[in-house]
Design a binder for this molecule. Sequence first.
Ligand SMILES: Nc1ncnc2c1ncn2[C@@H]1O[C@H](COP(=O)(O)OP(=O)(O)OP(=O)(O)O)[C@@H](O)[C@H]1O
Ligand SMILES: [Mg+2]
Length: 261
Amino acid sequence: MPIFIEDLSMVYRDPRTLQEVCALQEVNLVVGDREFVTLVGPSGCGKTTLIRLIAGFGRPTEGRIRIERTSTDRPATSMVWQENALFPWRSVRKNILFGLEIRKVPSPVQKETLERLIDMVHLHGFEDRFPHELSGGMRQRVNLARAIANDPEILLMDEPFASLDAQTKYLLSEELIGIWEKTKKTVVYITHSIEEAILLSDRIVVMTARPGRIKEIIQNPLRRPRSTELMSTSIYEALFRDIWSLLKEEVLKAQATTSLQ
Ligand SMILES: Nc1ncnc2c1ncn2[C@@H]1O[C@H](COP(=O)(O)OP(=O)(O)OP(=O)(O)O)[C@@H](O)[C@H]1O
Ligand SMILES: [Mg+2]
C-alpha cells in the first residue's frame, strides 16, 4: 500500500516559552506498495517525527500524508520501537497476540498466527516466558512478531535494533530480510546504521540536518535475496561510501549548530 507524503512540515512549539523548533520542512516522498524504504540522517533531524506522523500520532503543521488503503479490517500501520515496548506482565504468546485479542480475532486464527510467527522469529519453547526472562535480541524478535501479527498494511520501524550488540544486529537484520521477502509489506525503517540501510532497503532516503529535508534518495542496486555476505562486494562498498559522504556533511552541520546553541 503506497504512502504519499506531500509538502510536509512540522514545527513544534514549546507552550511555555513559545520557542519553535522546525523538525521537518517540505518533505515530499512516495513510498511504493511493498517497498522497503529506510530513512537515515543526523540525530534530531526529524526521522521519528516523520514516522510518528505516518503512524497518525499528531498532525503536521503543513502538508499531508495520504495512505491508500486496500482494506479496512486490518490496521493501516504497526510500529516497532527501539526497546521497552512489550507489556512486562504478558507472556511472549500474550504479547504477540495482543492486537488480535483486541480485535476479537477467533481463537483458531490466533493459534495459527502464533505458530507461524513463533516459527518466523525462531522463538520455539519461549511462548510462556515473560519479557524480563528474554535477551534483548529475543525481545526485539517478539516486538517484530507482535507488529506482524497485526497484519498491518505498513510496518513502521524506528531503530528497532539500535540497543543490540553488533552480532545480534547482523543476525536480526538477516532475519528481517527473510521475513520481508516472505511477507512483502510496505516498510518505513529508521536507522543510524548504514550497513542495515544497505542490506535491508530498496531505497535509502538521506535527510539533512534539522530542519529535516530530503537531501538525496538512493536506489539500492543490490540483488535479492540478500545476506550479510554482500558486505564484502564492491557494489556494497561503493554504496557505503556514497551514503556516508552525504551523511557525514549533515552530521557535521548538525554538530556545528548544536555546539553554537
Ligand atoms: N514532542 C516534541 N515536542 C517538542 N519538540 C520535539 C518533540 N519531538 C521532537 N522534538 C524536536 O524535534 C526535532 C526532531 O526530533 P526527532 O525525534 O524527530 O529526531 P530524530 O531524527 O528521530 O533523532 P534521533 O536520531 O536522535 O532519534 C528535535 O529537535 C526534537 O528536539
Ligand atoms: Mg528518533
